[in-house]
Design a protein around this ligand. Structure first.
Ligand SMILES: [Zn+2]
Length: 78
């Protein structure tokens, strides 16, 4: 049986900084980022309305959320 190595570094899910396994808040870079990520789930950032039953709509909602999550700092809106 082959032993699978644990990852020694991962990207912080909140700010994408490289975090090593020695970090206290691994895989988050800091306690703050950990709380931010938890807060996203708690405050409704990932909540999908139960009134939507159309899978296609769910897809586009997920896309919109990804865009708004990645699009900070590069607003080129006319
Ligand atoms: Zn972070």
């Amino acid at each position: 049986m082959a032993k699978k190595k644990k990852p020694r570094s991962l990207r912080c899910p909140t700010c994408r900084v490289l975090v090593t396994a020695e970090t206290e808040n691994f895989p988050f870079c800091s306690d703050r980022c950990r709380l931010i990520d938890l807060g996203k789930w708690a405050s409704g950032g990932y909540v999908i309305s139960t009134t939507i039953n159309d899978p296609d709509q769910l897809d586009s909602i997920a896309e919109e959320q990804e865009k708004s999550a990645n699009g900070k700092g590069s607003a080129i809106d006319g």
